[in-house]
Design a protein around this ligand. Structure first.
Ligand SMILES: Nc1ncnc2c1ncn2[C@@H]1O[C@H](COP(=O)(O)OP(=O)(O)O)[C@@H](O)[C@H]1O
Ligand code: SF4
Ligand SMILES: [Mg+2]
Length: 331
């Protein structure tokens, strides 16, 4: 997997919104990310950290302000919507809320057939066969094809959305909180289904969620977002076993069950997330960081390699693989 060319390669991606009075809100801040075939990258961060905006920007559903997006080796950052059209079948998105993603007046069969009609040149009976196969793939029996969304549960509706998203055999799937609106009891089934599809088809996946357990269950690699910027990137296991960035440590320690892991427990998050309209200077986490030092207010941290391969964190206090933990060490 590591040798394959990335399906998606993002460099320096920034998205700012004009929010009146000449002010700019920075939703996504210089993000670099590669996703290879068959790989699932989890993107985690608190609400408002820029996850959805990033997901939409990489698919050109919102226009990036700066940076570049390569898809399948092609630079798609500035190509026209017309040039994008043939690529749409290769990059699909699944949203959080399956209720609003589906036209309630169409049958499930028609909903699944819609992207096939739009993007694939198939005759009527081939389309019907494909819709049936897709329904089976997402484990909905044939009878569902004649029903309408109103009679289905959230989990069943999300299966329909997944069938629509994979109908055109995309190379990249962006999944924006696809299980967050679902009951806990049905989440695991959806995650299993996505993992099966990924393994069968080698579809690259960007899986966005604020929920750490979900991210851990599905991801090969994880990026942690804070105020639109990646503060840490690591293999899923490495992130959970040896988080390096103080923000990741805080997120993980908040998520830990009663187990009083000493090192992590020291990193409690305090205070509010600052406004993305006036990003803090230097390290944008310095206003809440339990181990901040004076230089954090002025120095923008660059990615530092931590431990094994593909593990990076942006913190000036990380040297040789670990942050010092006590504020008193530098006071
Ligand atoms: N269309 C928009 N106009 C102005 N601000 C926006 C817009 N979309 C998102 N934002 C802002 O961008 C930031 C990131 O939002 P979002 O990407 O939705 O975060 P997340 O998905 O992590 O919750 C938030 O501060 C949000 O208010
Ligand atoms: S650079 Fe400073 S403020 Fe930022 S995470 Fe590291 S120690 Fe904390
Ligand atoms: Mg979101």
């Amino acid at each position: 997997m590591t040798g394959a060319q990335p399906v998606l390669s993002v460099r320096g991606l920034t998205k700012q919104f004009a929010v009146g009075g000449g002010r700019l809100l920075t939703a996504v801040n210089k993000v670099d990310l590669d996703i290879r075939p068959g790989e699932t990258v989890g993107m985690v961060g608190e609400s408002g950290s820029g996850k959805s905006t990033f997901g939409r920007a990489v698919l050109r559903l919102t226009e990036p302000t700066e940076g570049s997006i390569r898809f399948g080796g092609q630079d798609i950052t500035h190509i026209s919507q017309r040039q994008l059209r043939p690529l749409r079948r290769e990059m699909q998105m699944v949203f959080q809320d399956p209720w609003s993603a589906l036209n309630p007046r169409l049958s499930i069969g028609d909903l699944i057939t819609e992207p096939i009609k739009l993007h694939l040149n198939l005759g009527r009976s081939e389309r019907a066969d494909r819709a049936e196969a897709l329904a089976r793939r997402v484990r909905l029996s044939r009878d569902f094809l004649r029903r309408t969304p109103s009679g289905l549960s959230g989990g069943q509706l999300q299966r329909v959305c997944i069938a629509r998203a994979i109908a055109t055999s995309p190379k990249l799937l962006v999944l924006d909180e696809p299980t967050s609106s679902l009951d806990l009891s049905v989440r695991a089934g959806i995650l299993d289904l996505l993992a099966e599809i990924r393994d069968e088809t080698q579809t690259a996946m960007l899986f966005i969620s604020h929920d750490l357990s979900t991210i851990r269950a599905i991801s090969d690699r994880i990026v942690v977002l804070y105020l639109g910027a990646v503060v840490e990137e690591a293999g899923a296991e490495a992130l959970f076993e040896t988080p390096a960035h103080p923000y990741s440590k805080a997120l993980l320690s908040a998520h830990l069950p009663a187990d009083p892991e000493v090192k992590l427990a020291r990193h409690q998050l305090e205070g509010e997330v600052p406004s993305p309209i006036n990003l803090p200077s230097g390290c944008s986490f310095h206003t809440r960081c339990p181990v901040a030092i004076g230089a954090c207010k002025t120095t923008v941290p660059q990615p530092v390699a931590v431990g094994g391969t593909e593990h990076f964190a942006r913190c000036i206090r990380i040297q040789g693989g670990a942050t010092q933990t006590a504020r008193s060490e530098t006071a």
